[in-house]
Write a new protein. Structure first.
Length: 153
């Protein structure tokens, strides 16, 4: 049921833009079984969003309604439920990608578990810091002497 509106709502015009590439926004790989005959568990899900790779004006097209987003899923209904391991075994690029991911796990784990390196302050700052500490120490000593003198009266 429509209800009149006052004032009218106007949507501003938006310039048309073409996206000639896609950006991999999300990739998920689930492989609960070994790559062995008869094993059909596992899946790959990839989310691709429109991307403009024009140098100097690179941009990802993102909208609330996921306009232009493509989803690639293995297995799925349209491909006859081809299996994850079938994909790895039959598509050489996917096999290489899986090998690269597995090879990256160790270095990624090391990197993720290593605390960030904190750079030391330059020598000038260290000297200034030492001078400040000495001044604070002598101020504290002076304050303590005044307190004990007052308490002794």
């Amino acid at each position: 049921m429509a209800i009149s509106r006052s004032p009218s709502f106007t949507v501003p015009a938006v310039a048309e833009k073409s996206f000639d590439s896609v950006w991999v926004r999300n990739i998920s790989i689930h492989c609960p079984q070994l790559n062995a005959e008869g094993n059909d568990q596992g899946n790959i899900s990839i989310e691709l969003v429109p991307y403009d790779d024009t140098e100097g004006s690179e941009s990802i097209h993102i909208t609330v309604d996921n306009e232009g987003v493509e989803y690639l899923n293995v297995p799925n209904r349209t491909n006859g439920r081809k299996t994850f391991w079938g994909c790895v075994n039959e598509v050489p690029e996917v096999a290489k990608a899986m090998e690269a991911i597995v090879a990256a796990v160790g270095p990624l784990k090391t990197w993720a578990e290593t605390a960030p390196v904190v750079e030391a302050a330059p020598a000038d700052e260290e000297e200034t810091s030492e001078e400040t500490s000495e001044e604070e120490t002598s101020e504290e000593e002076t304050s303590e002497e005044e307190t004990s003198e007052e308490g002794g009266e």
